[in-house]
Design a protein. Structure first.
Length: 355
C-alpha cells in the first residue's frame, strides 16, 4: 500500500540518495534538476501518497484559530457549537492547535466591528465566523481574504463572502419542513401562532429570517386559509414580562392550539403553557437545548427540529485543520441534517455524536 512505501524504496528506484529524496519530499533546496526529475518520476510510478499527518507533526508549529459568535445565555444553541469546536481542538492537541472564542452582540454592528478588529490584531491562522449582515460581515471577510486567512461560516450561508467552508442547515428548506410537520397535527386549525423575538423590529439572525420565508411560503402554497398570528417577545425585554404578553395573547386568541418558534426559545412558551395549565396548546421549535427537551417530555412542545450545533462546531474546526495544517481540500457547502425530535425519540438523540 502507498503508505508503506519507504524513502529507501523511492531512492533505489530513482537512483539517488535517501537524503535527496528527503529534501524533495520536504521541498528543501540543494536538489539538482535531474535528481528532482528522477525522484518525481519515481513518486508517480509508485503512486506515493505522503503521510500528511506525519508531515504536519514533524513541522512542529502551532496554530491559533478564532471563533466569533454572538453573546448568549447558557444552555443556548451556541453553547453546543462551542463544545463541539473545543472537542475538535482537544482531539488534535498533538498538532499544537488552539482556539479562542470571541463574542459580539448580534444586533449591534459596532460590537461586531470592534470584535473582528481585535481578532485581526491577533493575526489568526484561521477563523470561524457567525456572520451578521452581509455588508458589515464583508468588511471583515475582505480583510481575511487580503491576508490569505481561511474562514468558515456557521449559521447563515453567504456565498458572496467566498468562505473556505460553510456548516449549517438550508434555512429555507428548514422552514418548509417546520410548516409541513406542524400542519400534520394542526390540519384542522384556522389560526396558528408564530412566536418571534426581535429588537427594534429586527430578528436576531438571517437564518431565522430565511426560516420564516420558507415557513410562510409553504403555508401560502398549501394552507392559504390558515391565519398566522404573530406574538413578539422582545429580545431586550425582561423575561418576567413575557408571561404578561403571552397571557394577553392566549386570552385574546382561545382558538389557537398550535404555535411555532423559529428559534431555540420555544421553551419560553412551553413553560408558560405548563404553568398556566393550558394543556390543549402546544408549540414546536428548534434545537435540543435542555429547557426545550424538558418541555417536549412534559408535552407542551410538540416537536423539536435539531440542527446539530455540536457537529457544526466540531466540523468547522476540522475544516480549518484539514485545509491549513494538512493542506487538504475541504467541501465548500455542508448542509446539516434536518432531524425531528419527539417524546418518543428524544432520549436517543446524541447531540455530541460525530463521525
Amino acid at each position: 500500500m502507498a503508505e508503506k512505501i519507504r524513502i529507501k524504496d523511492i531512492a533505489e528506484r530513482a537512483g539517488v540518495s535517501v537524503g535527496t529524496v528527503d529534501r524533495v519530499l520536504h521541498k528543501r533546496p540543494n536538489v539538482s534538476a535531474s535528481a528532482l526529475k528522477r525522484v518525481e518520476k519515481a513518486l508517480e510510478e509508485m503512486n506515493y501518497q505522503p503521510n500528511m499527518y506525519a508531515s504536519a507533526l514533524a513541522y512542529n508549529r502551532s496554530y491559533k484559530f478564532y471563533c466569533l459568535i454572538p453573546k448568549h445565555a447558557s444552555e443556548a444553541y451556541w453553547d453546543e457549537i462551542e463544545m463541539g469546536a473545543m472537542k475538535a481542538i482537544e482531539q488534535r492537541r498533538d498538532f499544537y492547535l488552539d482556539l479562542e472564542i470571541m463574542y459580539y452582540s448580534r444586533l449591534s454592528p459596532d460590537s461586531f466591528i470592534e470584535t473582528y478588529k481585535k481578532c485581526l490584531s491577533y493575526n489568526p491562522d484561521g477563523v470561524i465566523l457567525v456572520p451578521t449582515t452581509l455588508e458589515v460581515t464583508r468588511q471583515f471577510t475582505d480583510e481575511l481574504h487580503d491576508r490569505n486567512i481561511p474562514f468558515v461560516l456557521l449559521d447563515s450561508y453567504m456565498p458572496a463572502l467566498q468562505p473556505l467552508s460553510f456548516y449549517g442547515q438550508d434555512s429555507i428548506q428548514s422552514g418548509h419542513f417546520a410548516a409541513h410537520m406542524l400542519m400534520l397535527i394542526a390540519r384542522q386549525e384556522t389560526t396558528i401562532m408564530l412566536m418571534k423575538q426581535t429588537k427594534d423590529g429586527k430578528m436576531a439572525s438571517r437564518q431565522q429570517e430565511n426560516r420564516e420565508v420558507g415557513f410562510r411560503d409553504y403555508m401560502k402554497k398549501n394552507f392559504p386559509e390558515v391565519k398566522i398570528v404573530e406574538v413578539n417577545l422582545p429580545l431586550d425585554e425582561e423575561k418576567k414580562q413575557y408571561d404578561g404578553i403571552l397571557e394577553k395573547f392566549f386570552s385574546k386568541h382561545p382558538e389557537v392550539h398550535h404555535c411555532v418558534a423559529l428559534n431555540s426559545k420555544a421553551h419560553i412558551v412551553g413553560e408558560f403553557l405548563l404553568k398556566t395549565k393550558r394543556h390543549n396548546v402546544q408549540i414546536m421549535g428548534y434545537d435540543m437545548v435542555h429547557k426545550n427537551a424538558d418541555c417536549l417530555r412534559a408535552g407542551s412542545i410538540s416537536f423539536l427540529i435539531a440542527q446539530h450545533a455540536y457537529q457544526q462546531g466540531y466540523f468547522s474546526v476540522d475544516s480549518l485543520f484539514r485545509a491549513i495544517v494538512l493542506k487538504k481540500k475541504v467541501e465548500a457547502v455542508n448542509y446539516m441534517p434536518i432531524d425531528l425530535l419527539t417524546q418518543e425519540n428524544i432520549d436517543f438523540y446524541h447531540r455530541s455524536w460525530v463521525q
